[in-house]
Design a protein around this ligand. Structure first.
Ligand code: F6P
Length: 555
């Protein structure tokens, strides 16, 4: 891989496009999308794009042509083109950890070497993919048998963060593709309620645990893996472990130390970030549940999006557009959040997955060079199934006081169609996006209240409750049906969106130093909770809580 990268020192706020955007925002702040649509019949055609099985309508945004021009100028000035090539070339774009971020190589589908990386990673990538195929096939065919000779019926992935959220989301999303009768479970939480609940459903004779951890030091994962191992050993003895435990890690030395048979260990590399790792052997649970061919279709979908990202003109480039629109709201409208609303029940975990992808990547406060930033970076990502949200949190989006840009994710066909469901679901998705954009102005609200029988003073007092300001921006992503390939493209779309934003903000999206302090402190508090001595080394609150818990919890 190529070495050191040059670190840009100019903050985004000192780029000339930033000034242009600031001034342009002054003009756009009060413009209503209702008027933009009324004045411009070509808006939908101009502000929509199709690629990789996904159609993106971004016309319901608070933008005009000049907005896009200025946002694209920002990307140019931030040297996005150069950064894209650096990432794909295997340069050490993760400068604070001195590493490349080459997840795109994991889903590279063409023959030959990974273009332009001076160290060709493809032989090791293909070798692990071949091992994953042998493993997944032998489990699916019933050739991999447990300690009593029975085939595996349940896979339990033990991991957390990127070693859990991606595989769990994909397995759920692609459950219609699950291979005959195989069940998948995901255990991540330190509270043993989760592991116990899962173990209670399982037969040790037919259960295979996959311990997934990049570092193989993560407390949650190792604690759960130890307890799962004890459960198995209590029922089947020590010799059963090699038939019931596999591991995925960049540290095979540590998996051996833990007692996992090296034949069952699948490797990946430090150039794969945890939250970008579902494409690597961390996807072993996916490959085992839906089969290796389907897993490779997922990779192909990711690769489709990589090619689009690298080659499409930016005005037609989905990750670039989504990234820049996010910056428009975050930095110029000061929107703190971004909601993700799947109208595909299969994607109900997608917002949780995106939360780690976006917030761990772009939740940064200093530039690549370590200088404090004077502008907002990553948004708070949240969301859930859109249809359920309509009956819960949408009220605040329609009539609350905050700007909430939304991504609607909409399949035209359900994975399990029943008469009447698909059209009803589609009508809700389209209606909500329209209502968020259009709102209900005063005159319409007054007319609706009058039609409902309100008169005179009661009408005056009542109609404001029926006013919806609208002007809430939405992107609508439409695809035919959720297949492995479409899902791969969707995931890669958001990965690259995050990268685009990081480049414009001048931050490193591939590290996560912020999560370390809590881990270090937990390591100090653990023995203090276990010991008998009073604790005084923290602030009064933490000392008090430790004391209270020790006193009331008993030995
Ligand atoms: O604590 C955060 C984190 O490091 C994530 O970045 C990562 O995905 C997760 O923990 C799990 O780490 P590992 O795969 O090393 O167990």
């Amino acid at each position: 891989m190529r070495g050191e990268i040059e670190v840009r020192t100019t903050p985004a706020s000192q780029l000339s496009a930033w000034d242009t955007l600031r001034a342009h925002h002054q003009q756009m702040a009060l413009v209503h999308m209702r008027d933009l649509f009324a004045d411009d019949p070509g808006r939908f055609d101009r502000f929509s794009v199709a690629a990789c099985g996904v159609f993106l309508d971004f016309s319901k945004n608070r933008i005009v042509d000049d907005t896009l021009t200025a946002l694209l100028a920002l990307a140019h000035e931030a040297q996005l083109a150069e950064w894209i090539e650096r990432m794909f070339a295997g340069e050490k774009v993760n400068n604070t950890e001195d590493r490349a971020a080459l997840h795109v190589a994991l889903r590279y589908r063409s023959p030959g070497s990974f273009p332009s990386a001076s160290h060709d990673v493809m032989p090791e990538v293909r070798d692990v993919l071949a091992r994953m195929r042998r493993f997944a096939d032998s489990v699916a065919r019933g050739e991999w048998v447990g300690y009593t000779g029975k085939p595996v019926r349940a896979i339990v992935n033990i991991g957390i963060g990127g070693s859990d959220l991606g595989p769990a989301m994909v397995c759920r999303a692609l459950s219609p593709y699950a291979q005959g009768g195989m069940k998948g479970y995901f255990v991540s939480n330190l509270d043993s309620t989760q592991l116990t609940g899962v173990l209670n459903e399982l037969d040790p004779q037919t259960t295979l645990f996959i311990v997934a951890s990049k570092t193989f030091t993560t407390q949650e994962t190792l604690t759960n893996a130890r307890s799962a191992r004890e459960w198995l050993v209590a029922k089947a003895g020590e010799q059963a472990v090699s038939k019931h435990f596999a591991a995925v890690s960049t540290r095979p030395d540590r998996t051996s130390e833990f007692g996992i048979d090296p034949a069952n260990v699948f490797e990946f590399w430090d150039w794969v970030g945890g939250r970008y790792s579902l494409w690597s052997a961390i996807g072993l649970s996916i490959a085992t549940l839906i089969g290796m061919n389907r897993f490779e279709e997922l990779l192909a979908g990711g690769h489709d999006m990589d090619q689009h990202f690298r080659s499409a003109p930016w005005s037609q480039n989905m990750p670039v557009l989504l990234g820049l629109l996010g910056i428009w709201y975050r930095d110029f409208f000061q929107a703190q959040t971004q909601v993700v609303l799947p109208y595909d029940y299969a994607l109900r975990d997608f917002p949780d997955y995106l939360q780690q992808l976006e917030m761990e990547s772009n939740g940064k406060r200093v530039s690549r060079a370590g200088e404090p930033l004077d502008y907002p970076t990553g948004a708070i990502i949240w969301g859930g199934p859109g249809n359920n949200g309509q009956h819960a949190f949408y009220q605040l989006m329609h009539q609350g006081t905050v700007l909430v840009p939304a991504d609607f994710i909409v399949p035209m066909r359900s994975q399990y169609p029943l008469p009447g469901h698909e059209e009803a679901m589609l009508s809700n998705a389209l209606a909500q996006a329209e209502a968020l954009m259009r709102g209900r102005p005063e005159a319409a609200a007054r007319a609706a209240a009058a039609a409902a029988g309100f008169l005179g003073e009661r009408l005056e007092a009542h109609f404001p409750h029926r006013v919806l300001p609208g002007n809430q921006p939405t992107n609508t992503l439409v695809y035919e049906r959720l297949t492995p390939r479409v899902l791969g493209a969707l995931i890669a779309l958001y990965e690259h969106k995050v990268f685009v934003q990081s480049v414009c903000w001048g931050i490193n999206p591939f590290d996560q130093w912020g999560v370390e302090l809590g881990k270090e402190m937990a390591a100090i508090i653990l023995p203090e909770l276990q010991g008998a001595e009073p604790v005084s080394g923290h602030d009064a609150s933490t000392n008090g809580l430790i004391g209270y818990i020790k006193q009331h919890r008993g030995p």
